[in-house]
Design a protein around this ligand. Structure first.
Ligand SMILES: *[C@@H]1O[C@H](CO)[C@@H](O)[C@H](O)[C@H]1NC(C)=O
Ligand SMILES: *[C@@H]1O[C@H](CO)[C@@H](O)[C@H](O)[C@H]1NC(C)=O
Ligand SMILES: *[C@@H]1O[C@H](CO)[C@@H](O)[C@H](O)[C@H]1NC(C)=O
Length: 442
């Protein structure tokens, strides 16, 4: 039975109609509605008081509760995870350090390749003989440019030849012609014992000292380097008449310290050179905010001797980026020191074509498929290069102002000065070497 109540104005009428459905159905409807309301209330209650019911949200919610209740444990775990990740990335990068020998490891050498290899070895032996003999009787001819630089001995040449290739034009001889302002930048770390000789080598330069400033970038030394370079800067200014000299102090973390073996281990190269690049870029930025030279000249603190007319030779190249040969003397022989000044060959380019982007290539750990600067003498006085080293490196300041830097990350398989060489070439700057001009390292 359903009761209808209708209100119209003042009168209320009530009509009672006999229902078609039974009392039984009514009870069921009542039960159904009551249950539905109950479920709804329960759901609402659940939402308000406990975790979200969506499994994804629920997991997130529980994680958050855990973090809240065990914050110390969570923090410790997080630190551990970060450390692991750092190491993983480092290991990956270490694995990515390669030399050309690693690339060329091919278990399926064909007979043809074997013959080519034998020919190459024969040619190496011939060049080695020639280089060794030249220590007693200098060659009276210029050796042709080899296919690859594999012999690290640099032959001595007769002085009538070297003199011819080292002659400077009149325009670079007169003192009046020296107009360019040069800033010499030298990163130093744990080299206190070398500073005295370094000052001697700089003082020996015949370029007018009043046109040159010297800035040292001291970084994380554990010996007396800082006080040694402070003294050196004083001396360069007051005794040797350099225009300015100062020391900037940095503390770039992540350097590789230790013995020669540690520093030069292949696996350490990425870390070490990335750190060097950072230190160089910092010194560069600091110096260029202070002065406006025409050229920035990088000289390593561990050079032994510099030709007195080094800067005139570097200016002679009229290049945006230029390096001399950097060698060292071992017994009777002159040998490559800086293996970062090189030219690519078709083989070395092919070797790199398929490499994953983050692989860093390092020279000096096996056979090379490139040509190093000292082997390019037959091409003349100023030769094109792809990679440059930092032993002695001059860069037109304008290039730095246009964005050229020492690459801190792997850039086309190279880093630091070699990365700079690659980047300079890509930016359209001239990158050259002076194979006849020799600087000697300790
Ligand atoms: C250097 O001198 C030798 C003889 O001592 C001579 O045979 C050679 O042609 C000279 N080379 C040059 C480039 O003048
Ligand atoms: C350089 O940093 C290290 C750790 O980051 C610190 O131990 C050292 O004292 C710092 N050196 C200087 C000179 O600030
Ligand atoms: C000084 O210059 C001369 C001439 O170039 C050179 O032979 C000598 O090795 C230089 N000394 C140093 C310490 O660089």
């Amino acid at each position: 039975m359903i009761v209808y109540i209708s209100t119209d104005g003042m009168h209320t009428t009530m009509s009672v109609r006999r229902c078609l459905c039974s009392r039984h159905t009514f009870v069921w409807l009542l039960v159904f509605h009551a249950t539905a309301l109950g479920v709804l209330l329960l759901m609402l209650f659940d939402r308000l008081t406990s975790s979200p019911t969506n499994p994804y949200h629920k997991a997130a919610f529980e994680r958050w509760m855990n973090i809240r209740d065990n914050f110390d444990v969570y923090q410790k775990e997080q630190i551990q995870q970060d450390e692991m990740m750092k190491h993983k990335v480092q290991w990956r990068q270490m694995d990515a350090v390669m030399s050309f020998n690693d690339i060329n490891k091919d278990p399926h050498n064909t007979a043809e390749e074997f013959t080519a290899l034998q020919k190459r070895i024969k040619e190496e032996e011939r060049r080695m003989d020639e280089a060794v003999k030249s220590a007693n009787v200098p060659l009276d001819y210029i050796p042709p440019v080899p296919e690859f630089s594999e012999i690290d001995i640099v032959p001595y040449l007769a002085s009538n030849i070297t003199n011819k290739y080292l002659r400077l034009p009149k325009s670079l001889k007169g003192k009046k012609s020296f107009k360019k302002e040069i800033v010499i930048l030298t990163p130093v770390c744990d080299v206190a014992h070398l500073i005295e000789n370094f000052v001697k080598a700089l003082a020996n330069l015949s370029y007018p000292h009043e046109k040159m400033s010297v800035y040292f970038g001291e970084d994380s030394s554990t010996d007396e380097t800082y006080s040694a370079v402070l003294l050196a800067a004083q001396e360069l200014k007051s005794k040797h008449g350099f225009r300015d000299a100062a020391v900037f102090r940095f503390n770039v973390s992540g350097g590789v310290h230790g013995s020669w073996d540690d520093i030069h281990a292949k696996g350490n190269q990425l870390l070490r050179r990335s750190h060097l690049a950072k230190a160089r870029n910092m010194l560069l930025k600091e110096s260029l905010s202070k002065t406006h030279p025409d050229y920035v000249l990088w000289i390593d603190s561990d050079v032994k001797t510099l030709p007195d007319n080094l800067i005139q030779h570097l200016l002679y190249a009229k290049s945006d980026v230029v390096v001399p040969s950097c060698l060292f003397i071992q017994g009777r022989f002159k040998k490559f020191y800086d293996r970062n000044s090189w030219r690519e060959t078709p083989t070395s380019i092919e070797d790199q074509a398929e490499l994953p982007k983050d692989v860093l290539l390092v020279e000096g750990y096996s056979h090379s498929t490139r040509i190093f600067l000292p082997d390019l003498k037959a091409e003349g006085r100023v030769v094109h290069l792809d990679g440059v080293g930092g032993c002695v490196l001059m860069v037109r300041t304008e290039c730095h102002r246009k964005g050229l830097v020492f690459t801190e990350e792997v850039y086309e398989h190279h880093i630091e000065t070699e990365g700079l060489g690659k980047m300079a070439n890509n930016m359209g700057f001239s990158v050259n070497g002076l194979p006849w001009v020799e600087v000697f390292h300790n």
